[in-house]
Design a protein around this ligand. Sequence first.
Ligand SMILES: CC(C)(COP(=O)(O)OP(=O)(O)OC[C@H]1O[C@@H](n2cnc3c(N)ncnc32)[C@H](O[C@H]2O[C@H](COP(=O)(O)OP(=O)(O)OP(=O)(O)O)[C@@H](O)[C@H]2O)[C@@H]1O)[C@@H](O)C(=O)NCCC(=O)NCCS
Ligand SMILES: Nc1ncnc2[nH]cnc12
Length: 301
Amino acid sequence: MRARTLATMLADTATDALRAEVDLTPKPGLVDARDSGAHQDMTHALMRASADALHLGFHDAAVAATRERDLVRLRAELGLLGRESEARMLLATNGVNTHRGAIWCLGLLVSAAAAEPGRWKADVLLDWVARMAVIKDPAVSPARCSNGQRAIRNYGVAGARGEAASGFAQIVDAGLPALRAGRKAGCSERVARLNALVALMGVLDDTCVLSRAGLEGLRAMQSQAARIGKLGGVGTCRGARELAGLDRNLIALNASPGGSADLLAATLFIDALETAASNQLGGRRASIEPVQENAHATTVA
Ligand SMILES: CC(C)(COP(=O)(O)OP(=O)(O)OC[C@H]1O[C@@H](n2cnc3c(N)ncnc32)[C@H](O[C@H]2O[C@H](COP(=O)(O)OP(=O)(O)OP(=O)(O)O)[C@@H](O)[C@H]2O)[C@@H]1O)[C@@H](O)C(=O)NCCC(=O)NCCS
Ligand SMILES: Nc1ncnc2[nH]cnc12
């Protein structure tokens, strides 16, 4: 497959994954088709506009990863492309940081898929991501001040960079298994995706939640998310009730699990590529079907 065709297909799939995440409803504490969760600065339309603005950056990252085989040189190039994509995001959102973390995790995954064409298994892609993420970006000062860096200093968590360097274990250990278990149990795609999000929230040290609600807030979110899984997932009556309670608690804490939302998009991206590779779909789009959302969905069906 020609590099540009592959790059376009990967950028399409990554952007579809972000749109599917934003559209998924009802999510706890996050922007969805129903409301803005714990955010005063974001809307569903803004998140969709942001996702669309990231397509070019994903495309360029895939082209770079196809052409540049030296990982150190490629790391520097991906850093530049990532910051260009962040600038396009801020233009599209009038300055709101909607997807900085998504540019990071999906940018790395798109690059991995371009560098390993057709070897689209989760462990191959995430091993490549881990090898790339440990390489220092020459253009970024380690002292860079951000909510994530403050959370790493204050709480000793891995943060987005550290999770990437560990190969985003939460995707392999929680996100993908919950997504596929839901499908295998005959749940709707919406329920399967919500179960994957909740599974990720149960195990991820999300620096967005840490910076807004501290360690106590993060641990409360993780244990309530884990409880939903123990209740049989969001498709059960008790699971759906617990999901609604988690949404209320996160809004009361003014905490939004943006990192978990990004890793849900990353989970959907990997799932689509694994499916495409196993079906030998080759250059055709690795499809992520939209779930018909009802903006008034308060229960999960
Ligand atoms: C590696 C970077 C992501 C920088 O990371 P850093 O450690 O500096 O921290 P942040 O800049 O705060 O970004 C971290 C974002 O990553 C998401 N995230 C959080 N926890 C995790 C985790 N455990 N694992 C993976 N990812 C995680 C999360 O992103 C989402 O939330 C943001 C929206 O939520 P909000 O609460 O509004 O966020 P803020 O604006 O910070 O808070 P307020 O001010 O509004 O209160 C949004 O970004 C979502 O995507 C964290 O926010 C990476 O940016 C980097 O180094 N980039 C440089 C360029 C580069 O190298 N690019 C390579 C591309 S291949
Ligand atoms: N749906 C969402 N709501 C809030 N922050 C997010 N970051 C990524 N997706 C998000």
